[in-house]
Design a protein around this ligand. Structure first.
Ligand code: 13P
Ligand code: SF4
Length: 315
């Protein structure tokens, strides 16, 4: 890591990032869970589906992904000839990290007559073993695209899988994965908050436990939650997802009271430790040094591309 004096500070840091963005012909894509300062300077901020759609259509030569590894990897799957940079290579995801391709391939051997639907929060190796990819905003639609008699495997998030089962009435074999951030919300703590804020709407990401989703007024992807708040006549909302989403929510609804659901850790709000590894300084350094760069064995990339493209076609 270069010494602090190598990194411009304050407004000079923003100027340098902007200069590099131009000189590299780079696009900066950011997820809603990034720090507000990163969201503010990104060319596009969105959920996993929107970000993969942006990655699929960008004309920029370099994609700088302010998100986690599987998101940048998806951009690389779609753009073999572009350079894809991730400010911190350790920005993983508990869902992706706990579903390794070798283990997943062995597990799948039990279900030879099943089609495999994988949540985008997985590695390229797992995508390569899948028939179609989905995100939290299109999972229901993707599952419904299979004929009713088709047996399905859903991986790696058991909570999203259970939510989709409930919405579609279709039973699926589920990989037992979970998100360490969303799994921390409990019905008990949220019920306590609802007593304190009786008029508040509870909105939750489908990675939450079923008991939390069962009492939610609305369940949706990060984009879905944001849109719900923008359109809702309600004045207060308990938000059960990573707190980064509150930045644009509050900007869009300055009049609304946004109450982050507290995780069981005792903190006031839930923070994804992986997403927050990225910082403005690391963003600058990765553009200056053009590293860390996402690379993939071509054979894996080609196999992973098919289910990603299928998702984009169906979305
Ligand atoms: P979205 O697809 O809703 O952006 O979710 C991504 C994610 O990692 C949620 O934890
Ligand atoms: Fe993964 Fe959960 Fe972080 Fe999203 S919030 S990137 S699912 S660990």
């Amino acid at each position: 890591m270069p010494a602090k004096q190598d990194v411009p500070q304050g407004p000079a840091l923003l100027d340098e990032i902007n200069r590099l963005r131009k000189s590299l012909d780079a696009v900066i894509l950011a997820h809603y869970y990034q720090d507000a300062e990163i969201q503010e300077l990104a060319d596009f901020v969105g959920d996993s589906l929107q970000l993969s759609q942006q990655a699929a259509k960008t004309r920029a030569k370099v994609i700088v992904f302010c998100g986690v590894h599987f998101m940048a990897e998806t951009a690389k799957i779609l753009n073999p000839d572009k350079q894809v940079l991730l400010p911190d290579l350790d920005a993983g995801c508990s869902l992706a990290d706990r579903c390794q391709p070798e283990q997943f391939a062995r597990w799948l051997q039990q279900y030879p007559d099943h089609k495999v639907v994988s949540y985008i929060n997985c590695s390229a190796g797992v995508k390569a073993l899948s028939d179609v990819i989905c995100t939290s905003s299109n999972a229901e639609k993707i599952v419904r695209s299979f004929p009713p008699g088709q047996k399905l495997v859903f991986a790696p998030d058991r909570h999203l899988g259970a939510w989709v089962e409930k919405q579609t009435g279709r039973a699926m074999v589920k990989w037992p994965g979970f998100c360490i951030v969303h799994e921390q919300f409990t019905e008990r703590q949220i019920q306590k908050l609802k007593v304190r804020y009786p008029a508040a709407m509870l909105i939750a990401h489908p990675e939450c436990d079923e008991s939390v989703l069962g009492i939610a007024d609305f369940v949706g992807s990060t984009k879905g939650l944001l849109e719900y708040v923008v359109k809702s006549p309600a004045k207060s909302f308990i938000v059960a997802t990573e707190v980064g989403i509150l930045h644009l929510m509050q900007k869009a609804r300055p009049d609304a009271e946004l109450i982050p659901a507290p995780p069981s850790s005792g903190c006031n709000c839930a923070i994804c430790p992986y997403m927050r590894l990225n910082s403005l300084e690391k963003l600058y350094l990765c553009m200056r040094d053009r590293t860390p760069e996402i690379t993939l064995p071509e054979e894996v990339r080609v196999r992973a591309l098919k289910p990603v493209q299928r998702m984009l076609e169906l979305s």
